[in-house]
Design a protein around this ligand. Structure first.
Ligand SMILES: Nc1ncnc2c1ncn2[C@@H]1O[C@H](COP(=O)(O)OP(=O)(O)OP(=O)(O)O)[C@@H](O)[C@H]1O
Ligand SMILES: [Mg+2]
Length: 442
């Protein structure tokens, strides 16, 4: 564990968890979220140019994509880098409000989705005009005041981390990666510099060799593995209405749906429309005949869910009631079914284990602190919201509520504070809408 982690106080055994009432006033909206101050300490670092001290392929390159604990992921990113070297460039995804790219391998097969930080919905280099227009015409409504701006790539990777820790297995693996490509949106200056360096290398190799990096500067962003054969949930849900699923398959869908609810609720996703989760429905047409017994085996259809587009999560406060960013799945019929034993058994033991929660927070800290705009105070607020969500979710699971009842629970935030007087105990106070605090132990 990193010494500088803000999550571990020197008085680790005496952390006081102080539950505060959320600022949100609309507990009846499905789910609920704080403005990032313009003068936050991370911002000055954020604006500093990236200093590239090493050549692109040097092992000391700060933008080298190394994942020592995940060689499979490293291999996929290596294939993407190789393809870009062969000029098989990532392709912008036309739909959507930001710069997101389908990344290919050398054969042109899509293997990942890359979302550069500076092309995020509210990034300086977002190539889509809709956000530019919004910034121009309606600056007061620009951005989501409950989210840290330009942290979408971290939110994507954070969602994947939460997914893996809880063994939900619904988020295609996502990590923070550096890529450079001609097809990304660069400033004219970056392009001119890159062309100039290339020219210098060709004309005066001795001078050119002194440049640290010849091509365009790598962009930091989230890289999510591409999942094949999936369609928007919207599409499938409409089809299933017209052609109801067999009972077993419907049950499978319900169990996968519950995993989505758990993920979204914990990370407090503010962008979960039914176009931001995908379904794969494999309905085998063929049947197998066992010639010895003369039995015909009918294969069960298989349904799988993929939770994509997790870039607008991990808010620093619950959303205001006038912009509640609801979970759109709360209006589906699946949200009216009580949580299953399966999801309870999978996540409740983890969510009620303080060590698990601390580990999760520490992993998120290690991920988020790599961003030059990282701000501890904001991170604490993000964690306070997440803890509140986990508290509500645990209660809902224990009481066998439905996902709809879960999103109707009053939002809670859990703040941590040092309490030297309470050594050797981890305790917190909590107050809901009633403002009546009561004490409990984690
Ligand atoms: N991991 C993935 N595997 C397969 N397809 C994907 C994946 N990620 C995204 N897509 C496809 O690309 C489309 C756009 O992706 P996504 O919603 O993440 O991008 P976006 O730019 O954030 O869009 P928007 O702003 O509209 O939400 C999705 O609707 C989906 O069809
Ligand atoms: Mg989307």
């Amino acid at each position: 564990m990193d010494e500088t982690s803000p999550l571990v106080s020197p008085l680790q055994d005496s952390i006081d968890y102080n539950y505060c009432q959320s600022e949100a006033t609309g507990p009846r909206t499905p789910g609920s979220v704080v403005r990032v101050s313009a003068g936050s300490p991370g911002r000055s670092r954020e604006r500093q140019p990236l200093l590239v001290r090493d050549r692109g392929n040097s092992p000391r390159d700060p933008h080298r994509n190394e994942f020592p604990d995940d060689p499979e992921f490293r291999e996929i990113v290596r294939k993407a880098e190789q393809a870009i070297e062969e000029e098989i460039f990532p392709e912008i995804i036309c739909q959507g409000s930001s710069g997101s790219y389908f990344v290919k391998d050398s054969q042109g097969k899509v293997i990942g989705v890359f979302k550069p930080k500076n092309e995020e919905p509210y990034g300086q280099l977002n190539p889509k005009w809709t956000k530019w227009l919004q910034k121009l015409c309606c600056p007061c409504c620009f951005g989501r005041d409950c989210l840290v701006l330009n942290q979408g790539h971290l939110s994507e990777a954070g969602a994947s981390l939460v997914d893996q820790k809880l063994q939900l297995n619904i988020v295609p693996q996502t990590k923070v990666v550096y890529l450079a490509s001609d097809t990304f949106n660069y400033t004219a200056i970056d392009r001119v510099k890159s062309r100039g360096k290339r020219l210098a290398l060709e004309k005066v190799p001795k001078v050119g060799q002194r440049f640290n990096r010849i091509g365009l500067p790598p962009k930091v962003g989230s890289f999510q593995l591409f999942v094949e054969g999936y369609e928007d949930a919207d599409y499938w849900l409409k089809r299933f209405e017209a052609e109801p699923l067999p009972e077993n398959t419907n049950r499978q869908l319900q169990l996968q749906f519950e995993r989505l609810v758990v993920l979204d609720y914990i990370i407090r996703n503010t962008d979960r429309g039914n176009d931001n989760w995908l379904l794969k429905y494999d309905c085998p047409m063929d049947t197998e005949r066992n010639w010895e017994t003369d039995w015909v085996v009918v294969k069960e259809p298989i349904i799988r869910l993929a939770a994509i587009d997790n870039g607008l999560a991990f808010p620093i406060k619950h959303p205001d009631s006038w912009r509640a960013y609801p979970f759109y799945w709360a209006w589906l019929s699946q949200a009216k079914v009580p949580f299953s034993e399966e999801i309870r058994d999978l996540v409740l033991p983890k969510l009620t284990d303080p060590t698990f929660i601390k580990d999760l927070e520490e992993d998120l800290y290690q991920l988020f602190k790599k961003d030059p705009g990282f701000d501890r105070r904001q991170f604490h607020k993000q964690i306070a919201v997440m803890r509140g969500q986990i508290l509500n979710l645990s209660q809902a699971l224990k009481e066998r509520k439905t996902p709809l009842q879960l999103v109707q629970m009053p939002p809670v935030i859990v703040e941590t504070a040092r309490a030297p007087q309470r050594a050797n105990s981890e305790s917190y106070t909590q107050s809901f809408q009633s403002r009546k605090p009561f004490f409990t132990w984690w």
